[in-house]
Structure formats: C-alpha cells, structure tokens
Ligand binder design. Structure first.
Ligand code: HOZ
Length: 428
C-alpha cells in the first residue's frame, strides 16, 4: 500500500522543487495539492488514496488509445525482452521514420529525439543553420517546450505560473525572438519589414493548445506560408500536441498548409519519452553527420519508445481512431454546449476532434490576450467540483483537454452530468 497523496506531497516537497517534476502538476492557483497516481487503465486513473477518475488529461496527450492499451503494453514487453537500449541503429527506428514520412507528406526525412522540447529546439537550430540567420518569430501563448529562445511570452505552465518569460534566459537570446500576437498577420508583415533578411523561421502551434485551445483564423496559416516563402524564412509547425491526434497527418493535413519543418512528440511515443522533427530533405540533410548542424542523443530512437509508438500509431489506424475520436468529441461538445445554454454561465467552448477547452469568458478567444480574460477563480471552482465528483480535467485554464478512444459514450454522459452540476453551482 502506498502512502497517501498528502504524505507523498509533503515528502516530495523536501526533495523535489515544488514537489513536482513539471510545474503544471503542482495544481497551483486551484487551492489544493496534487493527487498522486497509483495506476491508470483505459479512460481512468486511480490515485493512491483509492479514488477513481475519468481522465481528460491523458498524460497531456500521448494516451490517445487510453491508458496502458494492450497493444502498447505488449509491444513494450516484447521489445524489452530483446534489450532496453542499444545506442546504435535498430530496425524499429527505420519503421518509425517510414511511417511518419508516409503519414505526413511535408516530412521527407525525420530524426527521433526524446521530447517535444528537443524537437522544437532542434528545429530552431536547424532553421538558423540552413538560412544563416538568427532571429525567429513566435506567437504569444504558444508553448514550444522549455527551450531558451522559445520561453518568451510562452504558454502552458510558464503562463499558468506567471512566468511566460523565464529567468535564466540571457537577454541576448530572448532578443533574437520576435513574439507576436497569434492571428495578427499585420504584425507578421511588419516584423519581416523591420528585420530584413534576419528572420530564420516562424515557429507556431498551428492550433495553439498551450494557452487553452484556440484556432487560426481563415487564411492565417496560408498567409504565414506565403510570407515565409517570400522572405526566405522557414515555416515550422510545432505539432507536438496536434500531430497524429487531430488527423492522421496532423493540423497541416486539416488546413492543407505545408510547413518546411515539423516538431512532433506525445502520441508518437505511446506514453514513452519521445519527440521527432522532420521536414524537407534538403533542410534535414544539413544535420550532422551529413551537414554542419549538430544534434545528437544517446537514447534517441530507443527501441522501447519506438515499439510503443509504432504499436500505438498502427493500433489507431486499425480501429480508424480519428473517426471514433470525432464522434466522442461531438458527444462531449453537445453536452457542454447544452449545459452552458441551460445554466447561462458565460463561457466559450472550443473543440477540434478529441481536443477541447472551456474558457470562462464571454468574449471570443482568438489569441493569448483574449484567453487571459478568462475568470481564473471560476475555472478553479469548476475544476475542483469536477475533480471531487470523479472527473479530472487539466489543472489550468491554460491547458487543453483530451479524449481517448478508450472513453465510452457512457463515460462522456457521466462527465456531462458532473460538468452540468459544476456549472449549476457556478451559476448560483
Ligand atoms: N502543456 C504541457 C505540455 N504541452 C503540459 C505538460 C507539462 O508541462 O508538464
């Protein structure tokens, strides 16, 4: 039997900064301490205190088939029997590279890394090496991992904890990052004008999902593509969240825009630590040992991670997972909109496929500025009511919810009941 969450958190705070290994897990601003997970299966997690939850965090995205799906567990077990790490090429890396390139047409060559942060960091270095330019454009509220030059007006935990510009990032690095409001094409054009021949790349989440969830306005991504091409800059899509989730070929498939480079993670690792970055062959061939841009990793292409990722991706395709996720997402959305209508709570609901967010603001959310108008006290009350009733949503207004193929309509119905009750309480 494990210690209780309270005991574990007290011990953790003595030895782990803030008691957590990633800040957003600390549940700050919610008036409560985090719970500790004992196990997870399908759509559920159980904490060490014996409570069961319907989970809509899904380990922040990777658990697209639910937790511990048999295909993934079996693949990892089988691969582990043959060795857990080689540090030399293995056949599964080749299979993974071929699968990624065949599902995402803009990716002609790909390299595996161990996290989304490594993937975006490598994209930026490669873009700088390829274009021989130093500056990059990013968008406020987009979060690309904890890369120095990308922790400027960042989303996710950095935003939740009020540190969108991290200490420890030299001003000289941050000075090379031009941060602009999302969906503001005029600002992008002005940035190209005032930094002629200096912008190496634009990096963005094509569907920003780390400041809540909002969408590119019609024509925005296409216009970014055009601006980059005209100015000799690269277009980098960070599809760590959306890749293989919103569609088989990610957000770029939905919007029909071809980036030069793409960063991937989460779903491709089946829950193991994995990232990847890829794109046009002439750019990727600038990487060492072919080219002058250095990038490496002892555990990159790790056989367990490759086995887990391949099993998950193939499993998803076998069951036509994206269709199922859309149906579950639609059911969830109908229930949420119905409750908002009945209770009159001023809120904006966003969804694409199995990703969703409920912003506690009456105004449209199109960028970080509008997302930040959300009522965080209301969010905290909603989150806590749902958690107490056995539904676990992401512990921050500035995160996205995820549905998995393991969620059944009955669980969505139960979630709808719990959400409705929480909204009724908020409306009083
Ligand atoms: N939004 C983050 C990942 N995209 C949450 C995970 C974390 O920072 O621990």
């Amino acid at each position: 039997m494990f210690a209780t969450s309270a005991e574990l958190f007290a011990r953790a705070q003595q030895r782990i900064p803030g008691g957590v290994n990633s800040p957003v897990r600390a549940f700050r601003g919610l008036g409560r301490a985090p719970f500790f997970v004992e196990r997870a299966a399908g759509p559920n997690i159980w904490d060490v205190d014996g409570r069961q939850y319907i989970d809509y965090v899904g380990t922040w995205g990777p658990a697209i088939l639910g937790h511990a799906p048999a295909v993934v567990v079996e693949a990892v077990r089988e691969a582990a029997g043959r060795g857990v790490s080689f540090g030399i090429p293995n056949p599964l890396e080749v299979e993974m590279a071929e699968l990624i390139c065949s599902w995402v047409p803009s990716i002609e060559k790909v390299r595996m890394v161990n996290s989304g942060t490594e993937a975006t960091m490598s994209c930026v270095r490669l873009a700088r090496g390829f274009t021989q330019r130093d500056k990059i454009i990013k968008f406020e509220g987009c979060y690309h991992g904890h890369v120095d030059s990308l922790l400027v007006h960042a989303g996710s935990g950095a935003l939740t904890h009020g540190q969108p510009d991290s200490a420890g990032v030299p001003a000289a690095f941050a000075g090379l990052t031009v941060a602009l409001p999302f969906n503001d094409l005029g600002a992008v054009r002005a940035a190209f004008r005032t930094n002629p021949q200096e912008i190496a790349a634009i990096i963005l989440e094509p569907i920003p999902a780390n400041a809540g969830l909002f969408f590119p306005q019609a024509g925005f991504l296409e216009a970014l593509r055009k601006e980059c091409t005209e100015h000799g800059a690269l277009l980098i899509f960070d599809e760590v969240m959306t890749g293989f989730r919103v569609a088989r070929g990610g957000a770029q498939e939905i919007y029909g825009v071809r980036p030069d480079l793409t960063a991937l993670g989460k779903v491709i690792g089946g829950g193991l630590p994995v990232g990847a970055f890829g794109g046009r062959a002439e750019i990727m061939d600038q990487l060492s040992p072919l080219g002058p841009v250095y990038q490496a990793g002892t555990l990159s292409g790790n056989p367990l991670a490759m086995a887990a990722g391949l099993a998950q991706l193939r499993g998803l395709e076998r069951i036509d997972g994206w269709k199922q996720l859309e149906e579950l997402g639609r059911q969830f959305e109908e229930a949420a909109r119905d409750s908002l209508g009945k209770t009159g709570v001023p809120a904006v609901f966003h969804r694409i496929g199995s990703m969703f967010c409920l912003f506690f603001t009456p105004e449209p959310v199109i960028d970080l500025g509008s997302a930040k108008r959300s009522d965080l006290a209301k969010f905290a009350r909603f989150f806590n009511s749902c958690l107490e009733a056995g539904v676990y949503f992401a512990p921050s207004q500035f995160e996205t919810g995820f549905i998995s193929t393991a969620h059944r309509p009955a669980q969505i119905e139960e979630t709808a009941r719990v959400m409705h009750e929480a909204l009724v309480q908020l409306s009083r």
